[in-house]
Design a binder for this molecule. Structure first.
Ligand SMILES: *Cc1c(COP(=O)(O)O)cnc(C)c1O
Ligand SMILES: [Zn+2]
Length: 420
């Protein structure tokens, strides 16, 4: 059994997601003896079973992770560096949240719990509902009472119990954790809870393994096409969109474990670069102010944004994410909606990747960092495209397809091809 440890004050505990000091706990795994040769041969997050707190499950949970790492050279100039995109859309429900849900739900099964729950109306709720369904568990999704029903269509497909809750949505996160403690049969797997973080650290393990093996164009160790010869043993930086800070904390945890294992040199640990939407950027604000503590934003300080998946005004792992940034010499930036929309378009048109706006912030953030001189063209950087753009509803294609007849088709195509 792994210990729950507070990253900040170091106190350990047997249960509970938060320390008495107020900061989040994570699971301390002993990584000192870990080596890439210890990986299993499955193409999923379960290849890192030695660093995970649960045994591999059956069903959809077994399919989480193992996503492609795509070299996107046609975006290098736009990004201001040598760019790879980690395509988390390849997960079972289209986002990296499946990594944490797979581990959290597997833990509930091991514990004999019959209910799992989460506080979300987006990708995390969809993911939890799917993994619970695949494991035969009941799932409780807590959402704000003012949510428009169309926001829940992707969640509802998997048949969870959806409960609307009136009152402060930020407080609901903490109250749901208390429910987990009071009701032994129920496990809440929220955005930054220890088992979710354990699962989500595998995004970074996969990225580092691909570089370490010199095959960073493929997700897998074996049977991959060899990468470029001038590729370093580890990326210079990993870029993540950040909201609650759960995924960023997990990335930091992975880097700490690889450093502890000695498979990453102290000098070659990638910098953690985090990106927020300018409409809601409490972590970037603390970073800019040189502070270690994130101040929650008041309602009037939060604006509308296309990056709806990353608009957490009171991030429960904000301080921890910031600590990870400082420890790795990274940075936090925020980007406005027009830059996000443009980056999303570039990802589709120059890399063939359809990502959700929250994920496109990574490319927009890199561009801003390159302009500020914090990234240079020869650096190798991985942007984590956290979620698919296929779920987005848009009313227009933004183009008007021309019409021709079967009789004129050949002439029409000939003239198209000749015009370039
Ligand atoms: C949840 C989510 C994020 C933010 O992750 P946190 O762990 O909350 O910081 C980013 N992108 C997408 C697509 C998400 O669903
Ligand atoms: Zn503590």
């Amino acid at each position: 059994m792994m210990d729950l440890v507070c990253y900040d004050c170091g106190r350990t505990a047997d249960a509970g997601a938060r320390c008495d000091c107020g900061e989040p706990r994570w699971l301390e795994s002993d990584a000192s003896a870990f080596d890439w040769d210890d990986c299993g041969d499955m193409n999923s997050l379960w290849r890192y079973a030695d660093l995970l707190p649960v045994e591999p499950p059956d069903g959809v949970g077994a399919a989480a992770g193992g996503t492609p790492l795509v070299r996107t050279a046609r975006l290098d100039e736009y990004a201001g560096c040598r760019l790879w995109v980690k395509d988390e859309a390849a997960n079972p429900t289209g986002s990296f949240k499946d990594r944490g849900s797979a581990v959290g739900v597997a833990r509930a099964l091991e514990n004999g719990q019959s209910w799992v729950g989460t506080v979300s109306h987006g990708n995390m709720a969809t993911s939890m509902a799917a993994h619970a369904a695949g494991s035969g568990l009941n799932c409780l999704v807590l959402v704000p009472s003012d949510i428009p029903p169309e926001r829940l269509v992707h969640v509802a497909r998997y048949g969870p119990e959806i409960q609307q809750v009136e009152g402060d949505y930020g407080q609901l996160y903490y109250d749901s954790l208390d429910l987990s403690t009071d009701l032994p049969g129920v496990r809440f797997v929220n955005s930054d809870t220890p088992y979710r973080v354990a699962g989500q650290k595998t995004t970074t393990l996969e990225i580092c393994e691909a570089f370490a093996r010199g095959e960073p164009s493929a997700p897998r160790a074996t049977g991959a096409t060899p990468g470029e010869s001038d590729t370093p043993e580890a990326p210079d930086a990993v870029v993540l969109p950040v909201s609650s800070g759960g995924h960023a904390s997990a990335a930091w945890k992975a880097l700490r474990e690889l450093r502890e294992a000695g498979v990453l040199d102290v000098d070659s640990v990638p910098r953690l670069l985090l990106v927020q939407t300018a409409a809601c950027d409490p972590i970037a604000e603390a970073y800019r102010g040189g502070r270690d503590e994130v101040r929650p934003l008041a309602d009037h300080e939060v604006g509308e944004t296309v990056a709806y998946s990353i608009a957490n005004a009171a991030p429960p792992s904000g301080n921890r994410a910031l600590a990870g940034v400082r420890d790795t010499g990274g940075a936090v930036v925020s980007v406005p909606d027009d830059a996000i929309v443009d980056a999303k378009r570039q990802l589709a048109r120059r890399a063939g990747l359809c990502v959700e706006p929250a994920s496109a912030t990574t490319l927009a953030g890199l561009r801003a960092l390159a302009e500020a001189g914090e990234i240079s063209p020869e650096e190798s950087v991985v942007a984590v495209a956290t979620g698919t753009g296929f779920r987005e509803r848009t009313d227009s294609t933004g183009m008007e397809p021309a019409t021709t007849t079967l009789a004129d088709l050949s002439e029409r195509v000939t003239s198209l091809v000749e015009s370039g």
